[in-house]
Design a protein around this ligand. Structure first.
Ligand code: NAG
Ligand code: NAG
Ligand code: NAG
Ligand code: NAG
Ligand code: NAG
Ligand code: NAG
Ligand code: NAG
Ligand code: NAG
Ligand code: NAG
Length: 672
């Protein structure tokens, strides 16, 4: 009797017609790589819905295999995508939001002389940053299948091909199936074999018979007899099989028994597998109605040790499994007991090998965010695979933090001069660890989104040189003025300061927020104006950049949106400063009118000798003065005098709100 070696590479010929039943493929991603003629199709034999790979990868070239190989290969293999450029090229599979993150990922390759070179390439395949294996072909028509089952940490699966200088990598088919989160009780295993023992050679079983679309291939020996039973094989309903997706009934319905009643079933592992740990799942169901005097009873031995506690008696049409976890697997025997009158049987067997993977994946929320950025702006660069891992293939313009125990996080994103068009991508709100964000010098339009101020760790935000419009969120200015954020936003001609009425062109309904007492608010205004004056006169060179922006904003505000009044007009409005309605340490407040609108005027005392001491408050400046600008309707910049004109708040206690609803006219400090 000969041993049965597990030659663990498949050569499938997918010719078995399978009865198509409509079934739900919601946990499936099925990609026909290189398919270009049409966006998708439903495979006639399996009813699996395949889509083109154009939306799953950035790169590569589509090819058709040589027609002489098409007859022996299923349609999914007729096209391939090859990757002549770059060392590493990736597919990103985005798994629909499902409760389980246990995935079966299967990559399949058939050369089919697609490049006309008749030269079999050899290359490596990676799952994310972890080496999965080498892809080596025996001939141009052989199908190489790599399959892995693993517990992912995210909804992404990145499958990457590496050029190892032995030919151009290519791929034919890529499939992902979501399994129950407990499935197989494993975290990382590679499939070595999945046999439907007793299945006719040349046939295969997969979806829709197997709802998980596992591919079951025949395993036979001329020393074995095939037996079968077309009745339904079920399992004991009292046993939970949550963790083990049982083979479908049709797989259990065939089995093999040794032809010689005294023989046993044996497997030997290839030496290359004996240094790993294997998970061997064996499935047994009696397919023959036994006579009263017949007994089928057996034991399983792995590397010489008995596996089962009690002898196994398969029950008629009922599925039972045995799992052997074997370190350094050498051999596996299924031996009948001395009391058994019948040889042992085996219906199905799956053999997995543990992978020493330390799959490191970027934090899912960050990936969601950056993928959104990538798709909104159509960024190509080297943005393939996982953004942060492996380090050698970190996405251009990104930097990540790599804490020992946590997933990598994106902390830096520089997309300046990248030709970005459109709004600021909402995905940026996902980058909750980001510290540095540079979107400068693009053609970004639309508003500065509020979420930018919610990024807790953001230290630098550069939006300079875009076409952004609308109002800057107040909190960004606050953070900037508190020194938490370096915020650069100049060169966006339509961008408004917070609180300004530039979005309300009619400007009549704007209510001035009450900010501070007369003195405090006034001092701040004074500083604002002084700063403005200084800015106008001498370009500030040593200012903190964000402050410079604030001044820039004030000037922009004044020059673009507000009505300019002459000093004479201000005199007229206030009837030569007729009625004093308030007095602060450094200013006097006057009542006035513009047409029928009541206003008030704050005049900076010309001898504002104390102005330097206001600089202590300067860091609050941008925050508060922008609030004042809410009501700004005009200004006076006439000779030695300058005025900021704010709208009147109609239904308020005038005395209380005086400080906020004023026309201020200030004698220039630095008048020339
Ligand atoms: C597919 O099955 C999943 C659960 O198995 C279910 O949530 C989903 O609604 C189904 N979809 C369709 C179209 O039947
Ligand atoms: C790729 O994505 C685009 C945009 O979502 C879509 O219009 C197109 O149909 C997709 N192509 C395929 C082949 O799925
Ligand atoms: C499949 O392709 C057809 C065109 O051949 C298209 O109308 C349909 O929207 C596609 N389905 C999906 C889900 O992309
Ligand atoms: C299983 O049976 C074979 C003979 O078929 C025998 O060589 C082997 O020792 C048996 N294994 C055990 C553990 O009894
Ligand atoms: C693997 O098998 C080879 C050959 O059978 C043997 O020399 C080696 O000791 C085995 N290794 C382990 C770890 O069992
Ligand atoms: C797994 O791989 C890591 C590095 O990738 C290595 O340090 C470790 O020894 C490996 N473990 C085993 C059991 O091979
Ligand atoms: C990315 O981070 C590393 C380590 O913190 C640092 O050395 C490198 O300069 C950073 N790159 C950029 C572009 O900031
Ligand atoms: C951001 O990218 C631009 C363009 O690639 C580059 O000029 C600039 O130096 C980068 N900024 C930093 C801080 O690396
Ligand atoms: C913005 O778009 C215009 C044309 O629409 C182009 O000329 C200009 O170079 C673009 N600016 C940037 C920074 O990409």
């Amino acid at each position: 009797m000969e041993g049965h070696f597990l030659f663990l590479m498949f050569h499938l010929s997918l010719t078995l017609p399978i009865i198509v039943r409509a079934q739900n493929q919601s946990g499936f991603i099925s990609i026909d790589c290189g398919l270009e003629d049409e966006p998708n199709y439903t495979d006639e034999t399996t009813s699996i819905y395949y889509s083109s790979d154009v939306n799953f990868t950035n790169s590569g070239v589509s090819h058709s295999i040589s027609s002489k190989y098409k007859a022996s290969l299923d349609r999914q293999f007729w096209n391939v995508r090859s990757f002549p450029d770059g060392t590493r090229n990736c597919y990103t599979l985005v798994v629909p939001q499902v409760s389980s993150k246990k995935y079966l990922v299967r990559a399949r390759f058939a050369y089919g002389n697609y490049d006309g070179k008749d030269s079999l390439p050899e290359f490596d395949i990676y799952l994310g940053d972890s080496w999965w294996g080498s892809v080596v072909f025996q001939d141009a028509s052989s199908v190489v299948t790599k399959e892995i089952i693993y517990a992912a940490s995210s909804n992404y699966a990145h499958v990457c091909l590496f050029n190892t200088a032995k030919g151009t990598p290519f791929i034919s088919v890529l499939e992902l199936r979501v399994l129950n989160s407990e499935a197989y009780l494993v975290n990382f295993v590679e499939l070595l074999a999945r046999f439907d023992v007793g299945l006719q050679d040349g046939e295969i079983i997969r979806y829709p018979d197997d709802v998980y679309d596992r591919i079951w291939t025949p395993y036979n020996s001329n020393e074995w007899t095939q037996i079968d039973n077309t009745l339904t094989i079920d399992h004991d309903a009292t046993t939970s099989f949550d963790f083990l997706p049982l083979p479908p009934s049709i797989v259990m319905g065939t089995a093999a028994i040794p032809a010689n009643v005294n023989d046993n079933i044996e497997f030997h592992f290839l030496p290359k597998n004996n240094a790993s740990t294997c998970y061997v799942y064996m499935f047994f169901a009696e397919l023959q109605k036994l006579q009263a005097n017949q007994i089928r009873e057996f034991n399983i031995f792995v590397n010489g040790d008995i596996l089962n506690n009690a002898p196994i008696n398969p029950i008629y049409l009922q599925n039972a499994y045995h799992l052997a976890i074997i370190e350094n697997p050498l051999e596996l025997w299924i031996n009948k007991t001395s009391g058994s009158t019948l040889p042992p049987l085996l219906n199905a067997i799956e053999i997995y090998m543990t992978k020493n993977f330390s799959l490191s994946e970027t934090y899912q929320t960050d990936v969601d965010g950056i993928i959104n950025v990538k798709s909104i702006y159509g960024i190509k660069r080297n943005w393939q695979g996982d953004p942060c891992t492996p380090l050698a293939y970190l996405w251009d313009g990104l930097n990540c933090s790599y804490a020992e125990s946590d997933s990598p996080r994106i902390i830096y994103l520089n997309l300046s001069f990248s030709g970005l068009i459109g709004n600021i991508a909402p995905g940026i709100s996902n980058l909750q660890s980001i510290e540095y964000l540079d979107l400068s010098n693009n053609n970004l339009t639309g508003a500065v989104p509020e979420f930018l101020s919610q990024l807790r760790f953001l230290r630098v935000l550069n939006l300079e040189g875009n076409q952004l419009s609308g109002t800057i969120p107040m909190q960004l200015i606050v953070n900037s003025e508190n020194g938490l954020l370096e915020f650069i936003f100049g060169g966006n001609p339509s961008l408004c300061s917070p609180g300004s009425s530039c979005n309300n062109k009619n400007g009549n309904k704007v209510v001035v927020p009450l900010v501070a007492s007369l003195g405090g608010a006034f001092m701040i205004l004074v500083i604002t104006v002084i700063s403005f004056c200084i800015y106008k006169r001498r370009q500030p060179v040593s200012h903190h950049l964000s402050k410079q922006n604030a001044y820039y904003k004030i000037r922009e505000e004044l020059e673009s949106n507000k009505q300019e009044f002459t000093y004479a007009e201000v005199l007229s409005m206030t009837r030569n400063f007729e009625r004093v309605v308030g007095k602060g340490g450094f200013a006097t407040v006057y009542h006035g009118w513009i047409d029928d609108t009541e206003v008030a005027v704050k005049m900076l005392s010309p001898s504002a000798q104390g102005y330097l001491q206001f600089q202590a408050e300067a860091k609050l400046l941008a925050v508060v003065h922008h609030k004042f600008l809410t009501a700004l309707i005009g200004y006076c910049d006439d000779g030695e005098n300058m005025a900021l004109i704010y709208e009147y708040m109609a239904n308020g206690d005038l005395a209380k709100h005086l400080s906020d609803v004023l026309i201020i006219c200030i004698k220039r400090l630095n008048s020339q």
